[in-house]
Structures are given as structure tokens and as C-alpha cells.
Design a binder for this molecule. Sequence first.
Ligand code: RB5
Length: 152
Amino acid sequence: MTRSLTVALGADHGGVTLKNRLAAVLIEAGHEVQDYGTDGPASVDYPDFAQAVCGAVTEKRADFGILVCGTGIGMSIAANRHAGIRCGLVHDVTTARLTRAHNDANVLALGARIIGEEVALDILGAFLSTPYEGGRHQRRLDKLNQTTESTP
Ligand code: RB5
């Protein structure tokens, strides 16, 4: 990983173990971690943690967000409902790289019950070290920001 970053982390009970591991690795690498929980195995609701992490990103208190649940699906759905959030649900290094390069993803969603810890750590490294390419991709991101209204 390159420059020191501030990374906001959140997980539900399905992702808490992996989230804690990612936090430790990030701190070891010299990054600042904002841990929005959850902190234990008790059942919780993933939208609450997505909201906390996405708020940190959209308010520019964090450079990136990372959300972990069982599949990553609930977290990614929740995150992408927040204006200004581009959350990529990623299962491998290639999609980690491409969601940064092409989508300028500012939040990473992971499924702790789907991928192993080593894969998750490789994804983390690729996600944080890959720059956005801009160029033709910016036109597409601009369209994501446009509000479209259907005409009856
Ligand atoms: C929790 O059981 C599980 O539904 C959650 O972690 C996540 O996988 C939802 O998408």
C-alpha cells in the first residue's frame, strides 16, 4: 500500500471477524482506521453500519470505506443507496483493481462467508493501491450522478 490513508470500516455479525483482521492489517501498514463496528457476534442490521461508513466517506472524514457482511450483497446494496457512494462488491483481485480504475469506487464490500482471509487481504491491497483512470470513465460516472425522472 502506498500513501497513508484514512479508512472507515464497518461490518455486521457475519463480517466482524474479517473486518477486525482488515483493521489490524491496515493499522500495521500505517493507515488510520475508523472502526464503526460491529464489535461482536450478536446479530445486528447491516444498513446501520453501511450508513455510518458511507457518511464518513461522503463527509470526507475517510478516504475509503470497507464494509463486510456474510455475502457482501446487503452491504453493497445499502451503500449504493447513498448519494456519492460508489460501492464495488468484490470477490477477487481483478475486480478490486477494476472497480477502482473504472468505477472510482470509494467503498469496498466483501463477503466474509464467500471469500477467504488471504483473498480478502489481496483484494484490500489491490483496492487501495489502484488509481482511478478517469478519461472515458468519467462520462459514465457523471451519468451515475444525474437524476433521471420518468415521464408518465
Ligand atoms: C446476516 O445473516 C447476513 O444476511 C448478512 O451478513 C449479509 O450476508 C446480507 O447480505
